[in-house]
Design a binder for this molecule. Structure first.
Ligand code: COA
Ligand code: AMP
Length: 635
């Protein structure tokens, strides 16, 4: 069935459509209800279905005689290691880690935080949790001890799994001290921390609490899978929202497995035994869905790449990996290609490698500027597919569905709605806008399988964040429009979320940190365009009366504070002092206008503005500080 027919069917007959897709995975018991509503009005998929996600990712392939196929390749230019695991070997590794968890008393429903770098053990840990029904929550390594503490107090984990350190290009990043600090700060006290000691840095262990991974492994017995309900949670993944507190996106087992299988086949066009590479991090949703679960459920070979697009060792590293491992489908964030393009504008390094194994190149996570898309298309001579989705959806919501028959690629468009997602653009009153007119991007509720059923322990917040703004619709937080041919375009977040090098961050959270500085009276942190990272945060700060500190000192202190509180991933590197901020008469800071001034885009000041002359002051300041000079223009 081609895309148009499949799509129509998925929207008109969702239950039948997803029942059919559900048959593509192996159930211990097929679901009794395809879609159901609980007493809180939340939608669940595949109630009554019995299954296990780890079984689907591993055992089933071995049972089907494919135990000797490579399941996982660990390619680490930063440690100069290359390891391959067949499906049978990966199962052995996962069973033993599952046994380690069981030995520590972890059972179904317990939470396990995984704070680890891009190494195979991170995937073993995730699959081991899934195997025994424990709920994992992977925390990205670029987040601070404080962010870890927030997640510890929300997820209330029984156990933390970590490694002594990670490597960022050549810089060794000790992880274990951050875990110690995070536990110290959190109210909830974790009983045990299992630490994988990496060869290049040994972590100090805390007597009675910390356990050496390899010692525990040596004394553990393998554990097999347990039968789970489709509606049992598989994981919690925290993501930035419009408040300082991250949202715990929950994923169930059944809907997720079906959506992984469906999207691998139909969106990415990846077949069993294909080599699928997502160059991201297991701490983000891309890593969960398309480094670990999706490729393995589809029986592909996946790659864990511990490196960067550049400097590990050079801007040819992606092309080297593609050739060496014969990658068929590749996805990463546009920022990675912008980094390569900056170092190797003519793509000369690519000529050293044969990348002909590649069928499709996907990009996502942030806006892909037309220049980068064109550069990549010229270089690769294959379809370069921009597609759009979010942590909440777990799989693509808008794409060019390569597996269901490619439609022509339109630069700057993210394609058309993926089957199951009824995407609309609404105005403030909840009515659909005209073609080519910008609106709020929403998807008709209920969402298809694999999307978040709710937020961890916060159903009211789930409704408030996503469902209440436009009744009957899930609100994505993005703005966008549809063109005359039905192609969809994303214009950016309409809330306080920014996207820095494909990493989703909250400016409100940064503002909370900046405002806690003793010299700051008030501030606005906004995302401004950046040639490499797409967006970067900049703080506009108003000082308290009588502050003696110099602007340079204040900036330095604020950078340190934000990095300490959120992590280096925040990339908070600029803070400028201003006499005042544009506000409404009721005192609301007009952040949108600040953003427009920095980006040099047009705007209409609201009639409620307190004093319009502040806008000229701000324009002068932006010029003086050379902000917004590297805007990411399409031409
Ligand atoms: N553990 C610890 N620190 C980390 C980290 C991790 N896993 N990941 C990033 N950091 C740190 C970096 O070292 C850097 O610290 P610094 O400012 O002290 O140097 C900071 O966080 C910002 O990292 P990043 O945004 O990655 O910027 P960068 O300048 O190091 O690299 C790119 C820029 C474009 C090369 C890089 O962002 C990249 O490879 N992006 C690929 C896209 C991607 O993976 N997106 C994820 C979502 S799909
Ligand atoms: P995350 O939840 O971290 O995956 O971030 C999701 C957000 O990233 C979306 O809400 C968008 O704002 C942005 N995003 C993801 N993919 C794209 C894309 N292809 N184009 C533009 N923005 C994107």
């Amino acid at each position: 069935m081609n895309y148009q027919e499949q799509y129509k069917n998925s929207i008109e007959n969702p239950r039948e459509f997803w029942e059919e897709q559900a048959k593509a995975i192996t159930w211990f018991e097929f679901p009794k209800e395809i879609q159901s509503t609980d007493e809180e009005g939340l939608i669940h998929w595949f109630k009554g279905g019995k299954m296990n996600t780890s079984y689907l990712a591993l055992d089933i392939h071995i049972q089907n005689g494919r135990g000797d196929q490579t399941s996982l390749i660990y390619d680490s230019p930063v440690t100069n290691q290359l390891k391959k695991y067949t499906y049978s070997e990966l199962l052995n590794e996962v069973e033993i880690v599952a046994g380690m968890l069981v030995g520590l008393g972890i059972t179904k429903g317990d939470r396990v935080i995984i704070y680890m770098p891009m190494i195979p053990e991170t995937a073993f840990a995730m699959l081991a949790c899934a195997r025994i029904g424990a709920i994992h929550s992977v925390v990205f390594g670029g987040f601070s001890a404080h962010e870890l503490a927030i997640r510890i107090d929300d997820a209330i984990p029984q156990l933390i799994l970590t490694a002594s350190a990670g490597i960022e290009i050549t810089k060794v990043i000790p992880y274990k001290p951050l875990v110690d600090e995070g536990i110290e700060e959190a109210t909830h006290k974790v009983n045990n921390v299992v630490v994988l000691q990496r060869a290049f840095l040994k972590a100090e262990m805390k007597e009675g609490r910390d356990i050496d991974w390899m010692e525990l492994r040596a004394r553990s017995k393998p554990a097999t899978y347990v039968e789970l309900d489709a509606t049992d949670p598989l994981y919690i993944l925290y993501t930035s929202g419009t408040t300082g507190k991250p949202k715990g996106v929950m994923r169930d087992n059944g809907g997720h497995a079906v959506s992984m299988k469906y999207s691998m086949e139909n969106v990415y066009g990846a077949k069993q035994a294909d080599v699928f590479w997502a160059a991201s991090d297991m701490g983000w949703v891309v890593g969960h869905s398309y480094i670990v679960y999706g490729p393995l459920i589809q029986g592909c070979t996946t790659i864990i790449f511990e490196g960067k697009p550049i400097k590990t060792p050079d801007a040819g590293t992606f092309w080297r990996v593609i050739e060496q491992h014969q990658v068929n489908v590749f996805m990463t964030a546009p920022t990675a290609f912008r980094a390569i393009k900056k170092e190797d504008p003519e793509g000369k390094l690519k000529a050293n490698y044969d990348t002909s194994s590649l069928k499709y190149q996907f990009v996502a996570g942030e806006r892909c500027d037309a220049n980068t898309l064109k550069w990549l298309e010229d270089l690769l001579q294959i379809p370069v597919i921009d597609h759009w989705w979010q942590t909440e959806s777990g799989s693509p919501m808008i794409a060019n569905m390569a597996g269901a028959g490619l439609i022509p690629v339109k630069p700057s468009s993210v394609g058309k709605a993926v089957c199951g997602f009824d995407i609309r653009m609404l105005n403030e009153d909840g009515h659909e806008v005209q073609t080519n007119e910008e609106g709020y991007v929403v998807a008709k509720y209920p969402l298809p399988p694999g999307c978040l059923p709710t937020l961890w322990k916060e159903t009211e917040k789930f409704k408030e964040s996503y469902l209440n703004k436009f009744p009957g619709y899930y609100f994505t937080g993005d703005g966008g429009f549809k063109d005359d041919d039905g192609y969809l375009y994303i214009t950016g977040r309409i809330d306080d979320v920014i996207n820095v090098a494909g990493h989703r961050l909250s400016t409100s959270e940064m503002e909370e940190v900046v405002n806690s500085h003793k010299a700051i009276a008030e501030c606005a942190v906004v995302g401004i365009a950046d040639e490499l990272k797409g967006q970067i945060p900049v703080g506009f700060v108003v000082l308290k009366q009588g502050v003696e500190l110099s602007e340079a000192d204040i900036e330095k202190e604020l950078i340190q504070m934000v990095t300490k509180a959120i992590g280096p991933v925040a990339s908070f590197k600029r803070a400028v002092v201003t006499a005042r901020l544009p506000k409404t008469r009721s005192g609301k800071i007009l952040r949108k206008i600040i953003r427009a001034i920095v980006d040099g885009t047009s705007f209409n000041p609201p009639s409620t503005i307190e004093d319009i002359t502040v806008l000229d002051e701000l324009k002068d300041l932006v010029k003086l500080k050379k902000l917004g000079m590297s805007s990411l223009k399409d031409n």
